[in-house]
Design a protein around this ligand. Structure first.
Ligand SMILES: [Zn+2]
Length: 434
């Protein structure tokens, strides 16, 4: 297959790492934690030695006898990364020699981040391991649904790098009748084995095919990535393409954080490469089943070490062991972006994405929904009605908002043809501007 040729061209790092990851995923949790502790100690002392940012923040190199000892180190926020990029880059590297990436910045903070080449290979290997969980095999053809974003490394190239394989591509910045009809025809002709894309773009394509009765071949696996996957949308995608969706979670800053396996109950953490903590609002670690801020330490990247970095998402850790037999710990679920939690007047917060999910399931006639909180007592609801929509559904929807946020909140209900995309081609179901 194309495998060994690519490996020669690309050096041997990635395949070696992939082989290693395929073994370590079955280590028991004690062994994995030991491996993480060794890598944590190494990156923490490396960062102190080589990054001015950490030297100025930490009085001395923190001593790590156990994984929990990491908590003595202060959390790094997005704003810190924005303000101190140069001091975060290791003195062993020049930024020109590193791989650069840019984050979306839809929450107001667009970041430049850097990683070294071995880390890039390790990240590709981690992605390939989970591609395998989703049904990908060497030689599989991928149908990718992705937007062309204004970043230096095009994502098309990135998908190619990840799969280093045959790819057909539908640009999700231009999802219209003509492009989707044509892409369905291409899929019938070439019969790709895998489907890959942003959750909501996969859904829009699936729903279009379903409503028009356009046939497409079954695929072996579907990988949904880079944004929240709503349960109702997952069901539509799975029924149209005849295969389960594998939900995956990661970010530019640290790469892959977690992915579902064949069992599809929670996501396995990418523990060999990232150490993941879930931190409650009071600063204590979240218990299994409790929600917390996701704080990640990249165990690999020397170019720009990120230690206890708050990625800006919330999630729920799990103590379950997965039936698949892998020792990699599970995250129960991702609950959304920290910045997109909606606020009540008493100061408490609601995961907007859960509210959207609950409402779409409970009220017939609502196709897609985006909640925008303009002020504490003012909401804009952007609604894509489905054919069975009635005015009554609209009133019910407003009722749900009033129950959550107060009877007197102002609600503007906009019926729209489609939800608006962000510049990076992703969609947000919940936006809090307060
Ligand atoms: Zn599993």
């Amino acid at each position: 297959m194309t495998y060994p040729i690519w490996d020669l061209w690309d050096g041997t790092g990635r395949l070696r790492e992939l082989r290693s990851l395929r073994q370590s995923q079955y280590l028991d949790s004690d062994r994995l934690r030991q491996l993480q502790l060794e890598r944590l100690r190494a990156i923490v002392s490396y960062a102190h030695r080589n990054c001015r940012f950490y030297r100025e923040r930490w009085a001395k190199v923190p001593r790590l006898d156990r994984l929990d000892d990491l908590r003595q180190i202060p959390i790094v926020e997005k704003a810190d990364v924005g303000a101190h990029v140069d001091d975060l880059i290791s003195s062993e590297f020049k930024s020109e020699s590193l791989v650069a990436a840019k984050t979306g910045g839809s929450t107001g903070v667009a970041l430049r981040v850097y990683f070294d080449e071995p880390t890039q290979k390790a990240r590709n290997a981690a992605a390939m391991r989970t591609d395998g969980w989703a049904g990908w095999r060497p030689g599989s053809m991928i149908a990718g649904l992705w937007g062309t974003p204004p970043v230096p490394v095009t994502l098309k190239e990135k998908i190619r790098n990840t799969f280093h394989d045959r790819l057909i591509f539908l640009d999700t910045m231009r999802l219209d009748e003509a492009s989707m009809t044509q892409f369905a025809a291409t899929m019938r002709r070439l019969e790709p084995e895998m489907l890959f894309g942003h959750a909501h773009s996969l859904f829009i394509f699936a729903q279009f095919l379903q409503q028009r009765g356009i046939p497409v071949p079954r695929v072996d696996g579907i990988i949904s990535t880079s944004m929240m996957l709503i349960d109702s949308e997952r069901k539509v995608i799975e029924s149209v393409f005849g295969s389960p969706v594998t939900n995956r979670y990661g970010c530019e800053e640290v790469g892959l954080i977690g992915s579902e396996c064949e069992v599809h109950r929670g996501m396995h953490l990418n523990s060999e490469h990232v150490f993941v903590e879930f931190i409650r609002e009071d600063g204590e670690p979240a218990q299994p089943g409790e929600e917390g801020r996701i704080v990640v330490t990249d165990l690999m990247n020397r170019g720009m070490p990120l230690i206890r970095y708050a990625v800006g998402d919330m999630g729920v850790p799990s103590a379950r062991r997965c039936e698949c037999g892998r020792g990699l710990p599970l995250m129960e679920r991702l609950t959304g972006r920290t910045a997109d939690f909606l606020k009540r007047r008493d100061g408490s917060r609601v995961a907007g994405i859960s509210l959207v999910e609950k409402t779409l399931t409970a009220i017939p006639g609502l196709g897609q929904l985006q909640i925008v909180q303009e002020k504490l007592d003012e909401f804009v609801l952007n609604l894509v009605p489905s054919p069975e929509y009635t005015e009554h559904a609209g009133r019910e929807l407003e009722g749900v908002l009033r129950t959550e946020f107060g009877e007197d909140v102002r609600i503007h209900l906009n019926k729209v043809e489609r939800l608006t995309q962000e510049r990076n081609a992703k969609y947000r179901f919940s936006i809090c501007k307060v």
